[in-house]
Design a protein around this ligand. Structure first.
Ligand code: GDP
Length: 472
């Protein structure tokens, strides 16, 4: 009924078009996204879906150049397990004490901010690893400006290192390589640089443009030099925000604390957050009663790139939810309700992500320029062969990108990357684990598995030509 009135036709006409498409509907029924597109098309209309956030947010005034001031970079530390991510974060946390203050940061609140001797600041996300990074991206939140990839010099570039690099690249986040554990007698940094170059990642020492630094996270050797490289990268990125407006940002973590009620750690991205502000965060809202930094110190306000913990929300939002300050409580509450409603509706709509089956149609409509693929296989040789062959399928209209390839089963982390980057997952002689499969079902990510290389190539080729039949 609603669609009919938008198109200025009678509801019966819409119902009969649905009928001809094999969809039996009534006047008050909600249509799925695909059906909506087709029906509108029959009447010569094109549908554009807005995401729930956009729809409820009032039109954003852009910040003009003269309102922007420099802000601290926000850094995530990623890398293979045991290569020293936690040690690095701990070292930075413990040693960087703001001038005049005694004692380092004692609390874990999910993020912290440090000040270097030269007065410049860096904010670190305190949940190491690309899983958290990409899970947030899958929710539409890109918080990280720079990724530090930690690689142990007494080991090799490991599968998770490769994964972390792929995740940072897919997000377009610049990397700095920290070659760690150089204090160990068997450390061999050249071996790491060599293996990176084999992956087309050339560090500066080898004539490339990726910054790197040898460090010992355990002893603290050269950690300052690493941080200086972070600041150099930040300068290149020219990170800026307007501090002089209602605050907006992202939830890093949230929980229910016995004594204090709901506690949420967040990062301000623009504007300045103040005590007493009325806040909407995901589906939750509330007035800020208290605001603390990572040292447990009470604050009255927090500007861009500053992580803080707040008290006062009516629930625990999810990591990656966006937050925003509203001028009045009524407005925030209305939007919270509307948002909940929209999210319910959005979750009913089908196929948000790419599938091979609908690929041909979307290419034909000209709305599709890139096919992103995550490729997992049982042995290196076949992964590489398949990866090369798939990339060769690129045409002028559509480029085939292998976002990540690796040996091993399909994991939740692969599914998160696919969600964040709208990719399909191809498995060669490997399957998805139970958890990965569940997540893929929930996120509607397509996983295709093959045991013959040519079958995979043929199918992707057919899909790109719009020739893939539904029954495979
Ligand atoms: P994560 O899994 O990447 O967070 O790694 P951890 O920070 O937990 O470190 C794994 C192990 O390596 C721990 O036993 C650390 O003490 C050790 N380690 C980390 N950095 C260094 C380093 O620079 N030198 C040496 N010798 N050991 C280190």
């Amino acid at each position: 009924g609603e669609l009919a009135s938008l198109m200025n036709v009678s509801p019966t006409e819409v119902i009969s078009v649905c009928f001809s498409l094999g969809v039996m509907v009534t006047m008050n029924q909600r249509l799925e996204a695909d059906t909506l597109l087709l029906v509108a098309d029959e009447f010569g209309f094109k549908i554009e879906f807005q995401d729930a956030d956009l729809e409820v947010d009032d039109v954003e005034e852009e910040d003009t150049e003269d309102t922007l001031v420099s802000r601290a970079p926000i850094v995530t530390v990623m890398g293979h397990v045991d290569h020293g991510k936690t040690s690095l974060l701990d070292y930075v946390r413990k040693t960087n004490v703001i001038a005049g203050e005694s004692g380092g940061i004692t609390q874990h609140i999910g993020a912290y901010n440090v000040q270097l001797d030269n007065g410049q600041r860096i904010s670190f996300l305190d949940t190491p690893g690309h899983e958290a990074f990409t899970a947030m991206r899958a929710r539409g939140a890109q918080v990280t400006d720079i990724a530090i990839i930690v690689i142990a010099a007494d080991d090799d570039v490991m599968p998770q290192t490769k994964e972390a690099i792929s995740h940072a690249q897919a997000a377009g986040v610049p990397m700095i390589i920290a070659i760690n554990k150089v204090d160990k007698p068997n450390a061999n940094p050249d071996n790491i640089r060599q293996q990176l170059s084999a992956m087309n990642i050339l560090v500066e020492e080898w004539g490339g443009n990726v910054q790197s630094q040898e460090i010992s996270a355990k002893l603290g050797t050269n950690v300052n030099e690493l941080l200086e490289k972070v600041l150099l990268q930040a300068e290149i990125l020219d990170l800026k925000a307007n501090p002089d407006r209602n605050a907006q940002g992202v939830i890093i973590e949230a929980s229910l604390d016995k004594g204090r009620g709901y506690v949420a750690t967040m990062l301000v991205q623009r504007g300045t957050l103040k005590i007493g502000d009325y806040l909407l965060a995901g589906k939750n809202h509330g007035k800020i009663k208290a605001m603390l930094d990572e040292r447990g110190k009470n604050l009255t306000e927090a500007g861009p790139s500053i992580p803080i913990t707040i008290l006062g929300l009516d629930g625990a939002p999810t990591a990656g939810d966006k937050f925003k300050v509203y001028n009045d409580e009524g407005e925030a509450k209305t939007i919270a309700t509307k948002r909940e409603q929209l999210q319910r509706e959005l979750s009913i709509r089908t196929t948000k992500h790419t599938t091979l089956e609908e690929l041909g149609r979307r290419i034909a409509l000209g709305e599709f320029k890139e096919l992103n693929i995550i490729l997992k296989g049982d042995v290196d040789g076949s992964v590489e062969a398949l990866s090369n062959q798939l990339q060769k399928l690129s045409t002028e209209e559509i480029s085939v990108n292998i976002l990540h390839s690796g040996v091993g089963p399909i994991t939740e982390s692969d599914v998160n990357l696919a969600t964040a980057s709208d990719a399909i997952i191809i498995g060669f002689n490997v399957r998805a684990g139970v958890n990965a499969k569940e997540l893929a079902d929930k996120e509607e990510i397509e996983i295709r598995t093959y045991s013959v290389i040519y079958a995979a190539i043929d199918e992707v080729k057919a899909a790109m030509e719009g020739m893939l039949s539904a029954e495979i």
